[in-house]
Design a protein around this ligand. Structure first.
Ligand SMILES: Cc1cc2nc3c(=O)[nH]c(=O)nc-3n(C[C@H](O)[C@H](O)[C@H](O)COP(=O)(O)O)c2cc1C
Length: 304
């Protein structure tokens, strides 16, 4: 059965997970949980107090499983961990660096840690260090990109790994989902498409930027830092391009201004995260419709 291991691991109806670790608040998580996927709250550089409030809202409004994605270099990672413990979060995704030093803490707290990594070699390393499931991230991803395109990595990763494999980057419709499952993925994680839903809490202007993006409007900016970002072209992205032309040092980029408490309404002043799928997504849909299309239709032929 397609996606069975992922469905069992997270106790969800569809092997579809939400991606993104900044801007994804409780209001965007809840519809994904309610429709049978795994909603994933994104902490980015937000404060521990923010995290506590969002978790309370999720737990008040759903009994369904959900996860939290954290940035391993969060300056208050210790306090973030305490909130995860206090609120008895079951699933934590890690991104943005090496999660191995955190593994013992998660293990002792009985929290399942799901590392997000950009290469097969790192995925194997996570398995060897006790991860029970792993996410491989492709270059197609919105916001922090991976290194390589995701599809060519899947079948090799499946040969090398024993643990279930979730993939993310550029998956947004039934064909891309079908290819991921056909190549052997056990689950898929979706960012850009799950922002452009009627229910997601992103401002209308943000969603509009994504659905109106044309083929040249997805830009990779900050590739002179360790954190290249896939965004929709706007005044902010143009400013970052100019910074690069001036041979800026990575330290000249204020990441707090990008991932901290930013106003998502200011769609020209902030990075509007979106992967390459933004050029193909041209209308808002309901979460229900997306899940039905992606999973039921994509897997119809695969299960024959
Ligand atoms: C709105 C949004 C915010 C995101 N925030 C982050 C982030 O802060 N850090 C990060 O590494 N990835 C971030 N991502 C990337 C996702 O975690 C994920 O890798 C990506 O969305 C998957 O590719 P897709 O957008 O093509 O589905 C974000 C993505 C979106 C769409």
């Amino acid at each position: 059965m397609v996606g069975q291991k992922v469905k069992e691991f997270f106790q969800i109806e569809y092997p579809i997970l939400q991606a993104g670790f900044s801007g994804i608040d409780a209001k965007s998580v809840l519809p994904v949980c309610e429709e049978g996927g795994l909603g994933v709250l994104g902490v980015g550089l937000k404060s521990p107090e923010w995290l506590r409030g969002q978790l309370e809202e999720i737990q008040k409004n759903t009994q369904k499983p959900f996860g939290v994605e954290i940035f391993v270099h969060h300056p208050k990672i210790g306090e973030i961990f305490k909130v995860l413990l206090e609120k008895r979060v079951k699933f934590v995704f890690t991104d943005g660096g090496n999660p191995l030093p955190l593994f013992p803490y998660f293990e002792s707290a009985n929290i399942e840690v799901i590392p997000v990594v950009p290469t097969i070699r790192l995925a194997k390393k996570m398995e060897e260090n006790g991860a029970k499931i792993v996410v491989l991230k492709g270059r197609e991803s919105g916001a922090f990109t991976g290194i390589f395109p995701v599809f060519p990595m899947i079948s090799l990763a499946k040969k090398i790994l024993k643990i279930p494999l979730i993939v993310r980057g550029g998956i947004y419709d039934k064909m891309t989902a079908k290819v991921a499952f056909l190549l052997g993925a056990d689950g898929i994680q979706i960012g850009t498409r799950l922002i452009t839903t009627f229910e997601s809490s992103f401002p209308q202007a943000y969603k509009q930027k994504i659905i109106s993006a044309q083929s040249d409007d997805v830009k990779i900016i900050l590739d002179f830092t360790n954190y290249p970002l896939s965004v929709i072209k706007n005044e902010f992205s143009e400013r970052m391009e100019k910074l690069k032309e001036k041979n800026a040092f990575p330290e000249e980029v204020n990441f707090e201004k990008i991932f901290g408490e930013i106003n998502l309404e200011n769609v020209e002043e902030i990075p509007v995260f979106g992967g390459i799928s933004a050029i193909a997504i041209n209308e808002l849909k309901s979460t229900k419709e997306i899940f039905k299309e992606i999973f039921e239709e994509a897997t119809k032929d695969l299960e024959k």
